[in-house]
Ligand binder design. Structure first.
Ligand SMILES: [Zn+2]
Length: 472
């Protein structure tokens, strides 16, 4: 028995050694370790899903069988090439094209990925698009979104303090409103740190190589992006994925260490590009970024609801309940869309909000929010608030005295402002305010053209009486 056993063991040991050597050769690639994270992969999936629903509602996603199939195939090939220890079984991947012309792509926690058409238009070879997708996939695998949130607490304090100091709008409840769901989409579109960027570049390059693409194509795409960043409209992608420095160089150096595997996803890139060329021209987010209310580089609020200047439908007779974080509940016509701002929520009908001749315009609808009160006196604080509105909107004037009103069973005041809107119509703005338990000012603002006032007055009344504050 003994000799036979020994004979068998020797070749087995040799095989192990050979395999071991093989492994050593491959691990010359840079080891990328996920950062600290207090969330579970399942929470990544949940948070990413909520944000993805927001993206699908706000962005012009493309539903084209051929393009969708191509992106899906390319994405799945990358996922198959991902390191198994980072590819959590809970993850739910999806790959969605967006008809926007900026060179951009982004991924949300737990798997949803969105790729702008501009990325395809800018790419000369498939590896350039696949490379950026691999980079985005690496952010998902390394769970950089929730890792950011893990370390975000200390930054949030500073950000909120800054908002209060810099603007009249603010207050403790403002933050609570904008965080209606635990995180808005904007939280995931924030700038990644340079460390995270380098991790995503390196892991992305490794995944690319395993999926049969040359990581040097990713370096090439970055060169194209850098070239464009010297132009008038820097690619949006750079605002959330900053260059950690020597990006092109270290990706090339990593590529030198990697073996490029066989390609598993078929062709289809060229036909996807042709397909794009046959579609309506892509929209631009440039105007939206200029008029948006965020400074985070990738504000999640939609830049428009329909097209300003087109007919606005009357308020629906059906109402739906909406929440402003933990602060209030309100009923609004079912055909109005909610828009989360920093310290306020707007509800607007189709074609009533968006860019118009270079400025952000809001023609019909309501806004509920929190402002810093100038004093403990409601009337004084309201005057200060109205003055700030009038300063920001020179066409508006106060019309008549403050009137007593009830808001959520507490005393408030109402003020009417009249002016000329950006569209050249006479505009009526109602401002209703009351003090919150913490001393800040809660406001309910109604906006409509004079011509539509009769149609909108009953809706504004119904929305106003439905407000339920829960600050005490
Ligand atoms: Zn990145």
């Amino acid at each position: 028995m003994m000799p036979a056993d020994r004979r068998r063991r020797v070749p087995a040991l040799a095989a192990l050694l050979a395999a071991g050597l093989g492994v050593i050769a491959v691990t010359a690639q840079t080891v990328v370790t996920p950062p600290k994270n207090k969330y579970t992969p399942e929470q990544d999936v949940q948070l990413g899903k909520e944000a993805a629903a927001e993206v699908r509602q706000k962005y012009p996603v493309i539903a084209d069988d051929q393009i969708n199939a191509y992106l899906d195939r390319a994405g799945r090939a990358l996922v198959a090439a991902a390191p198994a220890n980072l590819n959590h079984p809970a993850f739910e991947y999806s790959f969605t094209p967006v008809n926007l012309k900026e060179i951009n792509a982004f991924a949300l926690p737990g798997g949803p990925m969105f790729v702008n058409r501009g990325m395809f238009d800018a790419a000369e070879v498939e590896g350039e698009v696949v490379g950026v997708m691999a980079h985005e996939l690496a952010h998902v695998l390394l769970r950089h979104g929730t890792a950011n949130a893990t370390k975000a607490q200390k930054f949030q304090v500073g950000a909120v303090a800054g908002a209060i100091a810099g603007a009249i709008i603010g207050g403790g409840w403002g933050e609570a409103i904008s965080q209606g769901s635990q995180f808005g989409l904007g939280a995931w579109l924030m700038k990644y740190s340079r460390d995270y960027e380098k991790q995503a570049d390196l892991l992305g390059a490794q995944i690319m190589a395993r999926a049969g693409f040359d990581p040097r194509d990713l370096a090439r795409m970055f060169e194209a992006i850098e070239r464009e960043s010297k132009g008038k409209t820097p690619p949006q992608w750079l605002s959330s994925h900053p260059n950690p420095g020597n990006r092109v160089e270290y990706i090339r150096a990593e590529a030198d260490k990697l073996t490029i595997g066989p390609r598993t996803n078929g062709s289809g890139f060229a036909s996807a590009k042709t397909r794009f060329a046959a579609m309506p021209p892509p929209q631009s987010m440039a105007d939206q970024a200029r008029t948006g209310n965020g400074d985070s580089g990738g504000s999640g609020a939609p830049a428009s609801v329909g097209t300003v200047g087109q007919p606005v439908p009357p308020p629906a007779s059906q109402y739906k309940t909406a929440r402003g974080g933990q602060l209030f509940q309100v009923s609004v016509p079912s055909n109005w869309v909610g828009i989360n701002g920093n310290n306020a929520v707007k509800f607007v009908p189709q074609n009533a909000y968006g860019p118009y001749q270079g400025q952000s315009v809001f023609t019909h609808g309501v806004e509920l929010g929190v402002a810093r009160a100038a004093s403990r006196d409601l009337s004084e604080s309201t005057d200060a608030f109205i003055n700030a509105i009038v300063r920001a909107n020179p066409g508006l004037r106060v019309s008549g005295a403050q009137q007593p009103v009830r808001i959520s069973q507490r005393s408030g005041v109402g003020t009417l402002l009249v002016g000329r809107s950006a569209l050249g119509q006479t505009e009526r703005v109602g401002v209703y305010t009351t003090l919150l338990a913490d001393g800040s000012l809660f406001y309910y603002l109604t906006v409509s053209p004079q011509d539509d006032a009769q149609i909108y007055a009953p809706a504004f009344e119904r929305v106003g009486t439905s407000i339920r504050l829960s600050d005490r």
